[in-house]
Design a protein around this ligand. Structure first.
Ligand code: HCB
Length: 214
């Protein structure tokens, strides 16, 4: 098994300690942390989702997998942060949130980690955040971008609501919206009038920079 396969397997088995140890081993082998997260832990999570969907896994297994992945990602956090670039130019402000009704925040937290270490000022509103609150906070903090995450087909439905409500304000001219999360696609993002879509956290940084014309 490669180290990535071992990382995926440790997430599937929900083994926190093993995830931590494998993350440390990846660092020792000089593996890029973001690559390890995406090709190791996140791949395991995909399998967990498939196993849940076909009734092989239940909620407790999914919860253990989430805890295990978080434990592994925590090991990488200081390393990612230390490599981060703060940038000389004014830092753009990004308001991040998992949309209302949705408790999934692992992916959003990875986006936050990478963005905040790539020169963005990130205001993380957390999970299950009401559309109205996202708009209020973006206005108050004079955000440049709103980044929203949804992991369920049921909660994705709040994304067009967010864009509609935002369009009714005078902020829509200058404020960009970026959407993401496993069930969200580029086509759908376009359909609802989102300015950007990102498949993963690295893509989120690229898209945010494009949206800001940087
Ligand atoms: Co959850 N769950 N879950 N779950 N869960 C999913 C999402 C299902 C797809 C599993 C399945 O059926 N195959 C499914 C949703 C089905 C649907 O669409 N309707 C589901 C369900 C049904 C549920 C519950 C309803 C189960 C229940 O209670 N019976 C419940 C929902 C509670 C609620 O939200 N109201 C539930 C609960 C849980 C937990 C708590 C056990 C746990 C979440 C823990 C946590 O997040 N703190 C969990 C997990 C872990 C999953 C799966 C297995 C993994 C999600 C994950 O973390 N992926 C998921 C299966 C799947 O997604 N295939 C399953 C890893 C991260 C890294 O990927 O896609 O989130 P990501 O993020 C990427 C990417 O999308 C992008 O960058 C990130 C990093 O690269 N990105 C953005 C993300 N957000 C972005 C925003 C941007 O602006 C830009 C880019």
């Amino acid at each position: 098994m490669t180290i990535f396969e071992k990382m995926a397997d440790a997430v599937i088995r929900g083994n926190e300690e093993e995830c931590r140890e494998l993350a440390k081993a990846a660092l020792k082998e000089n593996i890029e942390p973001v690559k390890a997260i995406q090709e190791g832990f996140a791949k395991g999570m995909e399998t967990v989702g498939i196993n849940f969907e076909c009734g092989k896994f239940y909620l407790p297994e999914m919860m253990l997998a989430a805890k295990a992945m978080n434990a592994g990602v925590e090991v990488f956090e200081p390393v990612i942060a230390s490599k981060g670039s703060q940038g000389a130019q004014k830092r753009a402000t990004v308001v991040l949130a998992t949309i209302q009704g949705d408790m999934h925040d692992i992916g959003k937290n990875i986006v936050k980690l990478l963005m905040s270490t790539s020169g963005f000022e990130v205001i993380d509103l957390g999970k299950d955040v009401k559309v109205t609150r996202i708009i209020e906070e973006a206005q108050e903090k004079r955000a440049d971008i709103i980044g929203v995450s949804a992991l369920m087909t049921t909660t994705m439905a709040y994304m067009p609501e967010l864009i509609e409500e935002l369009s009714a304000t005078d902020m829509r001219q200058r404020l960009k919206v970026m959407v993401g999360g496993a069930p969200v696609t580029e086509e759908w993002a376009k359909e609802i009038g989102s300015d950007g879509y990102a498949k993963d956290a690295v893509g989120a940084i690229r898209v945010a920079r494009e949206l800001l014309g940087r």
